[in-house]
Write a protein that binds this ligand. Sequence first.
Ligand SMILES: [Fe+2]
Length: 871
Amino acid sequence: MATKKMGMFKPQVHRPHFVGTVFLPNKPCIPSSSRPSFSVRPWPQPQKKYRNNIRVGYFPSNIKAVAVASGTKTSISVEATAGVTLKSPNLLGGSLLLELVSAELDPQTGSQKKPINANAHLVGPKGAILEAEFVIPGDFGEIGAVLVQSEHSSEIYLQHIILDGLPNGPIRFHCCSWIEPKADHSGKRIFFSNKVSHHLLLFSSDRNSEKELDSLRGNDEGEHKTSNRIYDYDVYNDLGDPSKPELVRPVLGDSKQYPYPRRCGIGCLRYKTDPHSKTRSNSFYVPRDEKFSDVKEKSFRRKTIVCGWLTTIAHLNSPTNGEFLHSSDIVKLYYEGINMSSPVNRGFWQRVWNLLLNVKDDFLKFKPPALFLKDKFSWLWDEEFSRQTLAGVNPCSIKLVSEWPLKSTLDPDVYGPPESAITTELVEREIKAFMTIDVALEQKKLFIIDYHDLFLPYVSKVRQMEGTTLYGSRALFFLTPDGTLKPLAIELTRPPIEGKPQWKQVFTPTSESTGRWLWRFAKVHFLAHDSGYHQLVSHWLRTHCVTEPYIIATNRQLSVMHPIYRLLHPHFRYTMHINALARESLINADGIIETSFSPGKYSVELSSVAYDQQWRFDKEALPADLINRGIAVEDPDAPHGLKLLIEDYPFANDGLVLWDALKQWVADYVNYYYKDANMVQSDPELQAWWTEIQTKGHEDKKDEPWWPNLQTPNDLIGIITTITWVASGHHSAVNFGQYAFAGYFPNRPSIARTNMPCEEPTEEGWQRFLDNPNSELLACFPSKLQATRIMATLDLLSEHSSDEEYLGKDRKLTWDEEPVIKEAFNRFSAKLEELERTIDDRNKDNSLKNRNGAGVVPYELLKGVPYSISI
Ligand SMILES: [Fe+2]
């Protein structure tokens, strides 16, 4: 009987192992009014009796049909061939057991029809194709799934299975998954037909087996194996090392003090000294199907070797963690390179470097970044400083000044007077050629990047570390009549510290030499803060970190044939793997971020504060983000329904075209499967998925009132578009320009190591500044070790791998066989091609001064956008 209850669909897991009987639920997951898309019709019933053991032509001539005698009953059967494609040659041989599963119940017994088995064996010389022959009874019904069990001795990567010889054409099973050997896992994997059919949701297998649930969700005992596909939740408890006092870090997540998105659990044993922390493993667990491909892995490893060696080389050449002594030393990194000719670099390592690194004549060179190539002096220009707030690598921090005067919301008893030192008089002095401040505020011409209240509580703590410093900071800009931003002021604040009162000072562009150098120093400090915020919040938190829970919930709650699973799947490629690598060496205690960015060991903790204070799912949609920052107002008559206050805002202008294309594609897809609100509300998998994202993946924010409801198709379109925009457009905008803009670090230093020369200076220190301000600036810049490490890392993070998958490009998507969806996808692809042409045209338009001009790097970060956060 059809005994399945709705609750038994949960948890649905990514490519589950089939262990039990296929049951049909009392009612489908999605109401039966939905449009079925599975086009294989029930087999025609035999029209007449045939003689035993006689082959007859029944179906069209290209179909083989067989009349098979069974006692006195005869039925029409079909001979079908299953072609199995592996990704790599199966040199060791071995067969695959395949079982075809009917979508229909046996009308006599009401139970599942007996699957049809066959073994697939290697065919052809290349060892990557297997075939199995089936004889399918005429009354078998629609084929909805295939079960797979591997007799191989090691895991194999199963690409797809095509069942050929059927009356309505071939059925494709899109697998793209690793299959464990039978010896390691006795269960069978289940793959569903490419045709996403609502009633195929009936195929949810019997998941009430406790054993199965344990296997899929993990039991947190021991370390997960590399072959596992366990998707469970954990907090960020493996960044530090409680056994070493200097490496103790707070657990992020599951606390009021440090709320954080969840990550995938790795199942390590807990520390005895700190039950919340886990041992760091040399091999960070990633569910098997989330791992990099071989191509990606090789390319990534090669680059990380470069990073590692650069660090070593820089250290050998500069054992005192020295700074650049001359500005020309920075330029030499690109033209002359790092000297590799010291005695320790000879012999074996010499050959390794020559092979792996770009080493010529004993010198390792960095490639010149785009900004450096365009104008190596542009980092000095104020116009470029403000232009990059709109068209650089962190274009999503700038916002409208909506309140005046500026004021801190922090406790004045702890942090000192809250009033900003950027006064009305000071601003009017800067903009008097244009307007008064009242008019500027009224006409919405003042913009700000404000890190004051986020960083100020960390200033005292950070200053206790050696080799770094910090301020609360904000930068104010004026939108000039030509559409460019003019920087007006940078304010730096130090709270009361060591018995000294609050220190704050405002710096402005000036022609006077001391003031000009102080302005330059202030920009370096502000840019170091902006670099930290960009890396930790705009990039890591808002894309990599918040997306991981979406991936986990999608795999736990949506079956692989669920239409929304299929829609989202390309947007999650490689994200869990790159996030695991980030935990391993980027955001970990004493990792690349901590050792090279101003906040030091408080870096990742700061991203928890930003998550607490700033992150809201409903503001991550690009239009909502722009409105939230006061950059745009709703206007039904304007393109994209938004009027931009900064009209030439390259990130927003290109981003909104991409957002609209993405939203239309998502709408076409969602509206095809969900015709009304009832279908959304009554889909238990979908509802469980959205609930789990809020209550488990983002558990620390589960009670926030701003989570969108999921009641209507429009709700679903909004949620999916936001998730996919973050994974594609937003991530591209903040990721792929990192080397172009920060590879030449004077333009975006990751750290400012010394205080402002004017902060309570000693007589000697002030004189040093007056005598040689350039030397003091070099001492403030990142050290050689920090600079080269970050340059190598940003180079690694800014590159597309050769197997990158780009939005709108044909990637043999699973909706290929749904004509309506395929057409919608083709429209989406065409829009993205048009966007690329639009971006080219905009970059050539000399009226758009924020993306065109002498020495200006054109804005191309939303051209050729990958589906997912893959690096
Ligand atoms: Fe990234």
